[in-house]
Design a protein. Structure first.
Lengths: 286, 286, 286
């Protein structure tokens, strides 16, 4: 592990002189037709999209369709304790194990592994085990934890208390967000009808994986190429001197490709799936 | 008052378990016509728009017209010491009192109260008295003062000295900004002709309300929903580690809806009134 | 020199009461044709465009063409040790001297002097000698050094080590960036083909001018109007609490005009030259 993983430029030497030296550069390219540059310039890629808290693979529905239209292969595993899995008694290790199993049992290789929100912590742990199958990691307004931290640690103390108290009030140690908080902070750019639709599709989130401190020493020794996508109106992690998605969280990736657009935490995926697919391709291409 | 009002997530519990529990959700919605989604999706709202320093209600002219075209009711009270009111001997309390009087004498209820720039400090104080008439507060690149602070406190020391020295040089304790400073900092995105037009319409600003320290203990006990609109090229409050509109100033609102666009402090309202009206509606809708 | 040049509002008094008092305001303007407002509203300007590290005047090719189409005069001097100049044994003083010589021998006056990236340090030093010939300084994602600092000082320690080690590995004290680092950090928004084209046109950068500490006391006494253009996806200087282009680097300019757009460090100039020319004009016009 790097002595100072908070430094945005850690591991230059290892980073470039190990993996990158043997990094396969695709030399063959289609001739670019400017009239549809977007759909022609990329070779087929294999995406594994890891959703975040409160949602399930349906979160990726529109984006998946757009990526498939471009000719890509898309996988959207469901995390334990989410969506149709009603057993909320899960921890972070079980979630990681499930994604690792999904990738290996489907014999996926050379994948673009993308995590949204909580999914960032999942792809950090999956990468520790499967880095030889991963071409690039993409964090989309995703948590990038330091070694020994939990997701909850990324929030100011009162926000942590808010989340934990919601869990305590539940019968099964899960968090159901109040609608008005969700509406203003998670889907701030949406109209009310869309906000309600997205909210109504959420399910209570198991609190355990959000508060577990993760051992990420191996992650910080990886030199897998990585990107960060930042939607500028996403305030789920409040922006401040020592918090926020970008640059605070992103900078933990060291050297990374930065891609940015307009959007909030959850409605942009639904309302502008093509725009999001474009950002994902820009973050993922060679 | 919250022990740490600088914390972006203060008052979670009070915030959501008081006012928000009884917050009226408009369930009825028009069917959305995608061809003109903007003008159809909102019920009629009542806006009270509070202008900032150096200007008067004419600042809101284009925006008012756009909001009215959408069917909304718009009020733009003139602050004492501004516009046609040539008596510059005003303080912050007189300004607040005038807006309170405007709202109550016009029997306005369920209003969206919007402050631009200095107007932010005014809606903070008005909200303390009229929170039961206010549906949502919207701060548009507006000052959000901590309890006991003045607007001038939000600037670095030398900028404060600059403003105060300008006031001392006046015969009536007002500030007239030098054109080139105004042009580069207040209307940086405008062409020179527009810059001059806007500058020529400004009047000297009474300095007293800018240097008075405000008691805002009551404001920080309110749970009125609130939004912050940030125009990204607005540098009137210089961005820095401990200053700037966003996230520094905005974070004082605790939990808020964040809306963002491109624009500067004063020319965007004039050149792109529809764009601004859209941002205001996005910040204000249920 | 100002006692605290890090303060974003230094030198208000000197700034506005010296040079600005006699600053010539162009009163004459064309009538604005809204159908082509961009090409009509500006009087002819003389631009001197100073390129950054690893590139040469060809960097400005597309932008120059766009500015010329608008009727402007454009100069793009080649810095010593760059492009066709194969002698890499140069220092910062030699580079400054060359640009000063270019401007004076061509008898250029009333110029807009623009620096990109490393070029920012060059225009700082040129301005010290030729401020009477400069109408405005424009820094485009450009280094603005504090007095006594080097360009390398603007990077975190490990990034400095990375750059210096690359220089040590060379036979002539130059830096050639690894392609994958360049691709992810310098041309993050480009497709791979464009990334390779831009990379292949780069030449090794002499390290000396990047590590020399510059005396900038005279620069910080100048009151020449200045602008900063920020492309938001430019991460060559990593954004963080105490680093980055904006606001960290830009704030050293004191009072400046802020212009912003979407783009990365090197591909935007090539792919969107008209967009960049527009931003440059917006940063430069009266």
């Amino acid at each position: 592990m790097h002595p100072n993983q908070n430094n945005p430029y850690y591991d230059y030497h290892q980073y470039w002189y190990n993996e990158y030296q043997s990094y396969p550069i695709h030399q063959q390219h289609h001739s670019i037709d400017q009239s549809d540059i977007f759909y022609r310039q990329h070779a087929q890629a294999t995406f594994v999209l890891v959703h975040g808290s409160w949602v399930d693979p349906f979160f990726w529905h529109g984006i998946t369709r757009e990526l498939q239209k471009m000719g890509h292969i898309v996988h959207t595993p469901q995390l334990p304790g989410h969506g149709t899995d009603k057993d909320k008694n899960v921890n972070h290790e079980m979630i990681t194990k499930q994604v690792v199993h999904y990738i290996t049992s489907n014999k996926l290789n050379n994948i673009i592994l993308i995590g949204h929100s909580f999914g960032g912590t999942v792809i950090q742990k999956v990468a520790e085990q499967l880095h030889d199958r991963i071409k690039r990691l993409v964090f989309w307004n995703a948590f990038v934890l330091n070694d020994g931290e939990s997701l909850a640690d990324q929030f100011p103390p009162q926000a942590q208390k808010f989340l934990l108290d919601l869990a305590k009030q539940s019968s099964d140690n899960t968090i159901k967000l109040p609608f008005q908080y969700f509406r203003d902070v998670f889907v701030n750019l949406a109209d009310l009808q869309t906000a309600r639709q997205i909210y109504n599709a959420t399910t209570p989130e198991p609190v355990m994986p959000l508060v577990e401190k993760l051992d990420l020493k191996t992650f910080y020794q990886l030199s897998t190429p990585r990107s960060f996508i930042n939607l500028q109106e996403d305030t789920v992690v409040p922006a401040g001197e020592n918090s926020g998605w970008y640059p605070h969280m992103a900078s933990r990736l060291g050297i990374y490709r930065f891609i940015q657009g307009s959007g909030d935490h959850m409605s942009t995926a639904k309302i502008y799936p093509r725009r999001m697919a474009q950002l994902i391709v820009n973050a993922s291409r060679d």
